[in-house]
Design a protein. Structure first.
Length: 357
């Protein structure tokens, strides 16, 4: 496992991270707490030292599971959590978004509760969870800086979502000096706004790093969702329209060459190649796939050490992406490509729509 620095914070993260949204909820399959703890332990044993959770995952359950899993191993872990959603006063309705609170009093109480559940007195990375750009006021930034100064937080991040977009928020994370990382959906098939942030970092000379989530494009690039797969209603990936998967399967066939590297340095699977493509960007510090079992952990954690993409492979992918992988039909995703008011994404020339909430 290779490691990269998060911004210029001095915090090192494993190139492959553990996205702990998979534990504490049943959105990616149901498992007992014991099984969930075992998954985290397996990941640590495989060299995955960056663990990315959030207080809203299972309404605290994910943090408690992570706390148990890293008991006695805290020094091995680069631990990250997120705050900002008020699940304490609001019931969860399916996969719907909860109200957010980003005032000093609420954030302080939420952060202290997270530390208690994680059974630690500090986190390596604290992220604001899906915060709108206008919610991250100077008061909020001052509070985060205070926690960083007193050692309870070593690095700060801004996690974007819940849908694909949020351009203004990511740009703010790159611009504001307090933030060491911006987390966003980024993969071979969904390259915006991730590419935009990479370009912004390069052009501005910012030290901000990118944490890439959904690297396998909701099951397409790891081929866990195939034409024969039936997604249950509770599966988080079932919110994608059927056209997304149908066009995605065609795109996967167009990039089969990634499974046979054009240099003699070994082999790699499609899922590993998708991660290697992300790691070809120096600005990407860590990639957080959604592990579902031990087989996923063994295969994807090894992606840090399989052959990187050659320049020719990378350029071929760029050419295919520019042609939409030669798929000439709608993928049904326009309604999910969102931003706060749409003005920022329209100005950037991206084919997306304003958020409906």
């Amino acid at each position: 496992m290779q490691h990269r620095e998060l911004g210029n914070s001095g915090v090192e993260v494993s190139e492959i991270g553990f996205g702990a949204w998979v534990v504490g909820t049943d959105w990616w399959g149901d498992r007992s707490d014991e099984q969930a703890v075992g998954m985290v332990e397996d990941a640590l044993d495989s060299g995955v030292t960056y663990v990315d959770t959030g207080d809203v995952y299972g309404h605290g359950d994910s943090e408690e599971i992570i706390g148990k899993a890293i008991d006695g191993r805290r020094d091995e872990v680069t631990l990250s959590t997120k705050i900002g959603y008020d699940f304490y006063d609001n019931p969860q309705a399916g996969h719907g978004e909860l109200p957010k609170e980003l005032n000093r009093e609420y954030l302080t109480e939420a952060f202290e509760a997270s530390l208690d559940r994680l059974d630690t007195d500090y986190v390596d990375v604290l992220q604001l969870h899906n915060a709108n750009v206008d919610e991250v006021t100077p008061e909020v930034r001052d509070l985060l800086a205070e926690w960083k100064a007193d050692g309870r937080v070593r690095a700060l991040g801004w996690a974007l979502g819940p849908s694909i977009g949020w351009l203004a928020e990511g740009d703010a994370a790159v611009e504001y000096e307090e933030f060491d990382a911006v987390q966003t959906v980024f993969n071979l098939f969904e390259q915006e706004p991730g590419r935009h942030f990479v370009d912004s970092i390069r052009e501005s000379g910012s030290d901000t790093s990118v944490i890439a989530r959904v690297p396998h494009s909701s099951g397409l690039l790891n081929e866990q969702v195939t034409p024969d797969t039936v997604l249950e209603d509770g599966d988080h990936r079932s919110h994608r329209p059927k056209e997304w998967y149908e066009t995605g399967w065609e795109k996967v066939e167009a990039i089969r060459f990634l499974e046979e590297p054009d240099h003699a340095e070994g082999t790699r699977t499609m899922a590993q190649a998708a991660i290697r493509w992300l790691l070809a960007h120096d600005e990407v510090a860590s990639v957080t796939p959604t592990f579902r079992d031990g087989d996923d952990i063994a295969e994807w954690s090894a992606a840090s050490d399989v052959p990187p993409l050659s320049e020719a492979e990378y350029e071929r992918l760029d050419d295919l992406y520019a042609r939409n992988f030669d798929v000439d039909r709608d993928d049904g995703m326009d309604v999910l490509r969102t931003s706060v008011d749409g003005d920022d994404i329209e100005a950037a020339g991206l084919d997306k729509r304003a958020a409906s909430y």
